[in-house]
Write a protein that binds this ligand. Sequence first.
Ligand code: IPM
Ligand code: MG
Length: 353
Amino acid sequence: MKLNIAILPGDGIGPEIIEQAMKTVKAVANKFNHELKYEYGLTGATAIDQVGDPYPAETHELCMKSDAVLFGAIGDPKYDNNPKATVRPEQGLLAMRKKLGLYANIRPVETFKSLLHKSPLRRELVEGADFVCIRELTGGIYFGEKGRSEDRNTAFDTCTYTREEIERILKLGYEFAAKRGKKLTVVDKANVLETSRLWREVAQEMEPNYPDIKTEYMFVDNAAMQIIQWPKNFDVMVTENMFGDILTDEASVITGSLGLLPSASVGIHTSVFEPIHGSYPQAAGKDIANPIATILSAAMLFEYAFGLLDESKVIREAVAASMEAKIVTEDIAEGKAYKTSEVGDWIANYISK
Ligand code: IPM
Ligand code: MG
């Protein structure tokens, strides 16, 4: 099969973790005789520095003509502490999501047996936890009208959702639940927010169409608590953009490290595969960051963009093997910590042999 992939390393540790994921992608393409074609594009602070735009038109064209996008990370501390910056790296990521119509961000939360002792939760609470968070990605407060008063002392961000936006993401949630544990948890704040009441109204209307699936409604504050208290009770969780952003950072650490969880953003145009963590600027260039979340994002790429399930499985098995063999970076190492590049090499070799 022809695999035509756009590679957007982005900022911070982005380039190093992408390099490891690409070793994996090449090893898999070789093993299964796929014809791999890939091209690099600029995004984030790196793109602002070079061309003044965090998501240049050229990068968008590259994404549009590719079959899948593998994305590293975005963000730079020089913008984080400057609320007055008018162009920000994150705008590149948001523009990419919006322009590619990526309305659903799929974030699987799985634990690794060999890492359970690294979880901040007790083993018996977290062992076997396995759920998917489906985060709405192109609506809500991230994209609503925002602004300042004339004297600039009052600011606002608006959260808006249409019925259509809610329906399409809930539909995806139900499809996932049907293939998994037949339970869908709709997370909202319907006791306070009008948008949440619309979410709940739409979900209640759709519920009878999925009689095999148990629909559960949960306020977001309660969900934040239940993720750490009973993570095994979740199967598929569906929620709006900002709630999903926050809850998935929380969910990721119960697996032992933020550096482990991949994601797929899907929708209208080319799908994007990226780790859920950020650009970790403190580690940039040091060869210490955990490449697993990006390597597992490549596994999702084979599955979701190409329907290549064996290829995806081979990557996940290689990742599990690297953990069993304790070839891991410092964030999860017990004894010796391996470099980012050593972990990448080990996993690519494991796949090739
Ligand atoms: C994520 C990130 C982004 C988001 C940032 C970098 C804009 O936190 O993908 O979760 O908030 O969506
Ligand atoms: Mg986030």
